[in-house]
Design a protein around this ligand. Structure first.
Ligand code: HGY
Ligand code: MN
Ligand code: MN
Length: 422
């Protein structure tokens, strides 16, 4: 498949359109259906890699697929072991998501590096740009395996979790052509890592309200996910008397409403029941069991704990009142992360250098920085997205805002002094 030809110059106004055309092309590597669906270690993940490899080569980087399913582009200085700045974002998407969540944060730093290279500028430190394999955690009930591999924090148990087809994450990596036994060797050395900077769409309305193209992230929220299984008793929908039924779906429906009312009790907590599966899911059978997911988010772990405990009490009461059995297992937990002051200031300086007004803001979304915080300082640059919409096929950014992000990153990379990081 032909890939976009790079612009002959990186003149004002060219970069934004070049960026959007790259992202349009990447979006083609998706399952059929609305928006973008590209899951971890999927055929679509495999098919998008040659395009990203080409972006990396244009940026002067050497691409390599690592044991955790990340595609990592390294410059010669990084390969030579010099202190290295890591940039990048996730290649995977949600189901029927947008073109920009994740992929924007891979393309922007690569085009920034390509433009600097085009101007004959080489950086005195190492750079890596990573296309992390799995950040959304849609295929498996765990996530951040790619960034946790770089942070050296992958729990071997994570590799044993199974997708809806019963394939373990380890098996998926092996069929993808990687060797997960090599994951521990991927851990980056903190002493040799200057920091991790991710560019990402805001996925909220703040930048649009402030009429800013870009924003500086101060902190990322903490997230935990739970798998709930409610078990009742299947039966004939027509002949089983209503009283005394143990209908797992009616119980689960009451539980979903209970989760929502816990989430409505404080503004410091948000969350969702995003997935729900009914068994045997037949039109004339009383549902025997229901599994659903609960996601709780707050920057304060104490707030998440209070929410979790309130949910556990509520679900237990409902199960008992309906003669249902209940299990609630924590499948994923990531504490919130604070962005480093020196990176925030560096990004603010870069915005000033390219005349981009900006301000600091919190991220209600999770990102790979939740894992990368365990190995290095982190920072994020947000890019305005239309109506703050994300995890939706209509997710969009303007070419001008994309260009602004590239120019901010070009300024940030040129001003970065490895001796002054920290
Ligand atoms: O769910 C999130 O916050 C991110 O989009 N993975
Ligand atoms: Mn997302
Ligand atoms: Mn994302």
């Amino acid at each position: 498949m032909s890939h976009q030809t790079p612009p002959t110059t990186f003149a004002e106004g060219q970069i934004g359109h070049y960026l959007l055309s790259c992202l349009d092309e990447a979006a083609r590597y998706s399952q059929l259906g609305p928006g973008v669906t590209r899951l971890f270690c999927s055929p679509e993940h495999r098919q998008v890699l040659p395009l990203i490899e080409q972006w990396m080569q244009r940026a002067g980087l050497t691409p390599e697929l690592d044991a955790a399913g990340n595609l990592v582009g390294r410059c010669p200085n990084a390969q030579a072991g010099k202190p290295t700045l890591i940039m990048g974002s996730h290649q995977d998407s949600v189901v029927e998501g947008g073109k920009y969540d994740g992929m924007l944060g891979i393309a922007v730093p690569l085009i920034a590096l390509e433009a600097l290279r085009h101007e004959g500028i080489t950086l005195p430190y190492g750079v890596e740009v990573v296309a992390f394999g799995d950040e959304e955690g849609v295929r498996f009930p765990t996530t951040l395996v790619g960034s946790r591999a770089l942070a050296g924090t992958v729990d071997p148990q994570q590799l044993e979790v199974r997708d809806a087809q019963g394939i373990t994450l380890k098996e998926a990596l092996r069929s993808f052509g990687t060797e997960p036994d090599g994951i521990p060797a991927l851990a980056r050395k903190p002493a040799n890592t200057l920091g991790f900077v991710e560019v990402h769409i805001e996925q909220g309305p703040r930048l649009e309200q402030r009429d800013h193209a870009v924003g500086i992230v101060t902190a990322l929220t903490g997230i935990e996910r739970h798998q709930v299984t409610v078990s009742g008793k299947a039966g004939h929908a027509g002949t089983t008397p209503m009283p005394g039924r143990h209908d797992a779906l009616v119980g689960a429906a009451e539980m979903v409403l209970a989760v929502d009312s816990v989430l409505q009790t404080t503004q410091a907590l948000v969350g969702v029941v995003g997935q729900l599966d009914v068994r045997p899911n037949a039109v004339n059978v009383i549902p025997a069991s229901v599994t659903f997911t609960i996601e709780l988010r707050s920057p304060q772990s104490a707030t998440r704990q209070q929410g979790r405990e309130a949910v556990q009490v509520a679900l237990k009461e409902i199960a008992e009142s309906r003669g249902l059995s209940l299990s609630m297992d924590n499948s994923y937990r990531a504490d919130g992360a604070r962005c480093a002051e020196w990176i925030m200031q560096g990004l603010e300086q870069a915005c000033a250098n390219v005349q981009q007004p900006t301000e600091r803001m919190f991220s209600g979304a999770g990102h790979d920085g939740l894992a990368m915080q365990d190995v290095t300082d982190i920072g994020m640059l947000f890019v305005r997205c239309k109506e703050g919409l994300s995890h939706h096929p209509d997710e969009s950014i303007s070419a001008d805002d994309g260009e602004a992000a590239v120019r901010v990153m070009m300024a940030f990379l040129q001003q970065l002094d490895p001796a002054k990081c920290r």
